[in-house]
Design a protein around this ligand. Sequence first.
Ligand code: ADP
Length: 193
Amino acid sequence: MLNIVLFGPPGSGKGTQAVMLKEKYSLFHISTGDIFRREIKGKTELGLEVTGYLDKGLLVPDEVTFKVLATEIRNNMDKIGNGILFDGYPRTTPQAEIMDKFFDERGTPVSMVLSLLVHDEEVVKRILQRGKTSGRSDDNDESIVRERLRVYKEQTLPLADYYRGQGKYVELNGEGSIEEIFGRLCAEIDKVK
Ligand code: ADP
């Protein structure tokens, strides 16, 4: 099983690349952000619980997020044969620790963490551009975009060292054309396959 974590700041292209990678390697794609947005749209109890966090550019609490991930996995066991492509999870050290425990116990640990490096100003530019058509309120407001970037650096970036310590962390240039970046990601995945 190939369990791949796509890592990088908001707007680094994880979602775009995930759609292409899941096809090529027949992986099951899990985007916690997409799940939260789906729940918000459906006005479910979970949606109501998390909407304030997304609107402010803050992280949803770890317990809620892990429960969502575990449910998504449990509901899709039949589709996970080749592995999972994680997009937007984990975003904190406790999330990574609980994920490791969950997958190590099942004998299917995280295979690699692919980190897309993109400069701050490029990220802000991309997200504001996306905001014109995405319908995501957190993409429209520059102060919220910058808050997401701040939260990323404070709470998510420390995970780079966590995965470096496990020898699983690979950094890639996340700037260039979508095809160029896809090629870089595939080259790394093909090394471990
Ligand atoms: P982006 O990568 O552009 O920030 P996402 O779709 O990955 O967009 O996430 C959108 C929002 O969903 C985040 O700002 C956060 O509020 C919430 N979220 C997504 N994944 C997680 C997670 N693993 N832990 C906590 N909150 C999350």
